[in-house]
Design a protein around this ligand. Structure first.
Ligand SMILES: Cc1cc2nc3c(=O)[nH]c(=O)nc-3n(C[C@H](O)[C@H](O)[C@H](O)COP(=O)(O)OP(=O)(O)OC[C@H]3O[C@@H](n4cnc5c(N)ncnc54)[C@H](O)[C@@H]3O)c2cc1C
Length: 262
């Protein structure tokens, strides 16, 4: 059980950051993960008054505030038009609508959970993370970083012309994924993000140029075989490493074929 001693609705990001420097204090997202822990929080810091609950779209980019819910991602027309529904496909099986109305982008990305559909899908795009102290850094670099006491302010997705597709395998609907794959072709570069390996999601770019001649049955197969060898997988109680590696091969072929049809 979580016990909260003090609750503060921060009036500015500066105030939230200062409060968050004290070990024992904690930023609140939707609290769905935090509430499952057994811990005492001295001061819970709520960002709900800081206007971070909007998805803003300009000609160049999407700006997604840390307090945007997963349900907002799922239903945002602009984001889903740009990603051909990949964002919706990534979050639609996360527990249920009521859960997705509460779970936030900030908590999901900050957590860098191994099982994260959210981290996986955004890794396949041109995404940056804006940190209060650390400024803007690529999501790929953020995903590799250890947790510190900074604040995730927003995600920025550049509207580089691209095609996207997402698929995950679950043993049972609404369970954590056994594997999560997001494929993309962004600015001509083919990419595959794989999460739930069961470790944290990683991004693989087509450095060997398997797909540079276009998405054809043979080139997709060659890329998939290469991806299987490049991406380490592991065992947990949901699935074994060999099964996960096999799934990477199957899903990446399906996703790149889907991208090729567009
Ligand atoms: C039962 C269950 C099933 C789930 N299934 C899936 C699934 O299938 N796929 C999937 O992708 N995810 C899944 N999740 C994860 C979920 O989608 C959210 O990612 C998770 O709950 C964290 O989001 P939150 O808003 O609840 O964050 P919280 O629990 O409030 O916060 C999580 C952590 O992030 C920190 N934090 C929050 N916001 C910020 C910020 N702006 N800056 C800095 N630190 C911050 C908090 O201090 C805390 O340490 C599941 C979670 C649960 C509890």
């Amino acid at each position: 059980m979580v016990t909260i001693q003090n609750y503060v609705r921060a009036k500015s990001l500066e105030e939230a950051y200062e409060l968050n420097q004290k070990k024992g204090n904690c930023i609140l997202g939707g609290m769905l993960w935090t509430k499952m822990q057994n811990r005492m929080i001295q001061t819970a810091i709520d960002l709900c008054d800081l206007g971070l609950n909007e998805i803003e779209e300009t000609e160049e980019e999407f700006s997604i505030g840390a307090m945007v819910s997963l349900r907002q991602l799922e239903t945002d027309a602009g984001l889903n038009a740009y990603t051909q529904g990949a964002v919706r496909d990534a979050v639609k099986d996360i527990v249920g609508v009521q859960f997705r109305n509460l779970a936030t982008v900030g908590g999901s990305i900050w957590g860098r959970f191994g099982f994260s559909d959210v981290l996986t899908v955004f890794l396949a795009m041109d995404t940056e993370v804006e940190l209060f102290q650390g400024g803007r850094i690529p999501l790929k670099d953020f995903a590799e970083k250890k947790q510190d006491r900074d604040i995730l302010v927003r995600l920025i997705v550049k509207k580089t012309a691209g095609r996207f597709a997402y698929a995950a395998v679950r043993n049972q609907s609404t369970d954590f994924p056994v594997i999560a794959c997001a494929a993309s072709c962004v600015g001509g570069e083919y990419r595959l993000a794989v999460g739930a390996r069961p470790h944290r999601a990683v991004l693989l770019c087509d450095e060997e140029k398997f797909l540079s001649g276009g998405v054809k049955e043979e080139s997709v197969k060659a890329f998939a075989n290469w991806a299987k060898a490049q991406i380490p997988t592991g065992n947990n109680h949901r699935a074994g490493a060999a099964y996960r590696t096999r799934l990477i091969g199957v899903l990446s072929q399906r996703l790149f074929c889907k991208i090729g049809e567009a």
